[in-house]
Design a protein around this ligand. Structure first.
Ligand code: S3P
Length: 171
């Protein structure tokens, strides 16, 4: 089976961007990041969008980016952790190709995002916020076609795992 796109979903800090870039270069596909594309389209950072225009503005802009981006093909698309919350986004993702969910434990996520200032939802108490968001999004990624554990694995190992599972799907 040939996929049009591979869409990476998962919590913040599960490695969607680094895995996405490595997977795209392995497949010789284009890499797209919906956070970066939303920032480009709006001409401002996500932090500023949240602070000045509010989360609903960001979510609407994010959905527009997803709709536009997923019209392309042969792309690995890394999405923001909350992009799956809107049903319309999930439908577009499923229609546009294979959806791969990256998983990680709360401890791993906290470690990965601890020093990052660019995530508005984590401001003012990373640990507590990560645990709270993980709990509230417990089933948000269940719709994905593939689920990949990333704890204790290198980017290369995760890409290998995704590729071998793609091969199995094809067989
Ligand atoms: C968000 C995740 C972020 C970004 C925004 C909101 C979320 O993307 O879209 O800060 O709601 O989980 P990453 O998952 O790439 O950090």
């Amino acid at each position: 089976m040939e996929y049009r796109n591979i869409v990476l979903v998962g919590m913040m800090g599960t490695g969607k961007s680094s895995v996405g870039q490595a997977l795209a270069s392995r497949l010789n596909w284009v890499y797209e990041d919906t956070d970066a594309a939303t920032e480009r389209a709006q001409g401002m950072s996500i932090t500023r969008m949240f602070a000045e225009l509010g989360e609903p503005f960001f979510r609407k802009a994010e959905s527009e980016t997803i709709e536009r981006t997923l019209q392309g093909r042969h792309q690995v698309v890394a999405t923001g952790g909350g992009a799956v919350l809107a049903e319309q986004n999930r439908i577009l993702m499923q229609r546009s190709g294979l959806v791969v969910a990256l998983k990680a434990s709360a401890e791993t996520i906290i470690e990965r995002v601890r020093s990052d200032q660019s995530r508005p939802l984590l401001q003012g108490g990373v640990e507590e916020r990560v645990r709270h968001i993980m709990e509230s999004r417990k089933h948000a990624y269940d719709f994905a076609d593939l689920h990949v554990e990333t704890d204790g694995k290198s980017v290369g190992q995760i890409v290998d795992e995704i590729c071998s599972r793609l091969e199995q799907e094809r067989a």
